[in-house]
Design a protein around this ligand. Structure first.
Ligand SMILES: Cc1ncc(COP(=O)(O)O)c(C=O)c1O
Length: 396
């Protein structure tokens, strides 16, 4: 028996793992001190929990404790990187580079900077139906970096089509030209191993609610150079987080983020192949049950495709209508984070899909709690619904 509705929208958000919730609970009602209260045990307890969480988060991504800043999520972390670098004192220029397939939490701050007079280059990515769909052209990137470039921002894993970018190679190119690299790793953290030292990243964004942690808490990694941080804080106030992010620390959230990351590291070797197999079962069954589907993203099973992601176009069907007529299955017709905006997905457009194909697409995000039975349920629901909608569209 399958419990309905079935949730397959784990790129949008995830269910909090009960083990994460258990770790968080005491920090609401028993140990509710302010980590900034240095004069009594309530504050000391809270500070100790934050320090431990910081150590654990740092260890998980190969960073040092003082390089971790807690934020409200990846949107804030991305804004801190982009706005912060653009406003840094003694910056060398006014040019920033990113990709067309980035999340709006990167693209929109860049648009604002463009309105303020900054020069922004948003690079194309490889088109659909190729081995490297969604990937940046490294030669183009190299040629685009100039003397005025102050930041390159490239995501690790795409939230719609699952493309993994060659971040270490990108970092090498940036650093050979003396330019820092920001990486939005929101969809990668917890799913693949991410080590900022090995990847040679300068700024990294991540979020708890994509990895079975709570909403409203995230992290930012900032590489500490001998000269200190080269970005301007975006929130001023109590001077928390070494002055980089003022505001009373969200102690239960921070504990939850650290526990969510620790659990992901603990179970990854077992979880990744299981999730991968469920995703493959879904893809193969859908592709054989439903004719005329297109895969959006690199080939399934390739090293450059995130293993919990599947994005398919059901040609000739309206994705919105498809979703609306399948109330028992939670998936997404684009980026859930931008669902307030009815525009067809900018990511699918960037890989060259027509607006019609883009509207006929569904994104599946497989997660820790999905089962094979749920896949079989989803396949039969989707194939029935697609054939019904196609018949309605083409009555013979
Ligand atoms: C790649 C990526 N970056 C940033 C965000 C925003 O994260 P948050 O919800 O933590 O602000 C998301 C959320 O969908 C995402 O997928």
């Amino acid at each position: 028996m399958v419990n309905k509705p079935v949730y397959m929208d784990n790129h949008a958000t995830t269910r909090v793992d009960p083990r994460v919730l258990t770790a968080m609970l005491p920090w609401f009602t028993e140990h509710y001190g302010n980590a900034g209260s240095v004069a009594h045990p309530f504050g000391w307890d809270a500070l100790e929990a934050v320090d431990n969480a910081r150590k654990s988060v740092a260890q998980s991504i190969g960073a040092r404790d003082r390089e971790i800043v807690f934020t409200s999520g990846a949107t804030e972390s991305n804004n801190l990187a982009i706005r912060g670098v653009s406003q840094a004192p003694r910056r060398r220029g006014n040019h920033l580079i990113s990709l067309k397939t980035e999340h709006k939490a990167v693209l929109d701050p860049l648009k604002r900077l463009a309105r303020q007079g900054f020069e922004i280059t948003v690079l194309d990515v490889a088109e659909a139906d190729r081995e490297d769909t969604g990937m940046v052209d490294l030669d183009r990137l190299r040629d685009t970096i100039g003397d005025e470039t102050i930041l390159v921002s490239v995501m690790l894993a795409n939230n719609e089509i699952g493309t993994l970018q060659p971040i270490r190679e990108i970092a090498d190119i940036c650093h050979s030209k003396g330019v820092p690299l920001h990486c939005d790793a929101t969809q990668a953290i917890g799913k693949i191993s991410v080590d900022v030292t090995q990847l040679d990243i300068d700024y990294l964004s991540f979020s708890a609610h994509k990895i079975y942690g709570p909403k409203g808490i995230g992290g930012f990694y900032i590489r500490r150079r001998p000269t200190g941080a080269r970005l301007l804080p975006q929130l001023d106030g109590g001077g928390q987080e070494h002055g980089l992010r003022s505001g009373t620390l969200n102690v239960p959230g921070i504990v939850g983020l650290a526990e969510a990351m620790r659990l992901c590291d603990e179970v990854r070797l077992e979880e990744e192949p299981r999730v991968h197999a469920i995703r493959d079962r879904l893809a193969k069954s859908l592709q054989s049950a439903v004719r005329d589907t297109l895969l959006n993203g690199p080939p399934l099973g390739a090293d450059n495709h995130l293993s919990n992601n599947l994005n398919l176009t059901f040609c000739g069907v309206d994705g919105e209508a498809l979703m609306m007529s399948m109330r028992d299955l939670a998936v997404s017709s684009g980026s859930a984070c931008t669902s307030a905006n009815p525009e067809p997905s900018h990511v699918l457009r960037a890989i060259g899909r027509s607006d019609e194909d883009t509207r006929a697409s569904l994104r599946f995000g497989i997660g820790r709690f999905n089962t094979e039975e749920e896949v079989d349920f989803a396949v039969s629901l989707i194939s029935d619904t697609v054939s019904r909608l196609r018949k309605m569209g083409n009555p013979s």
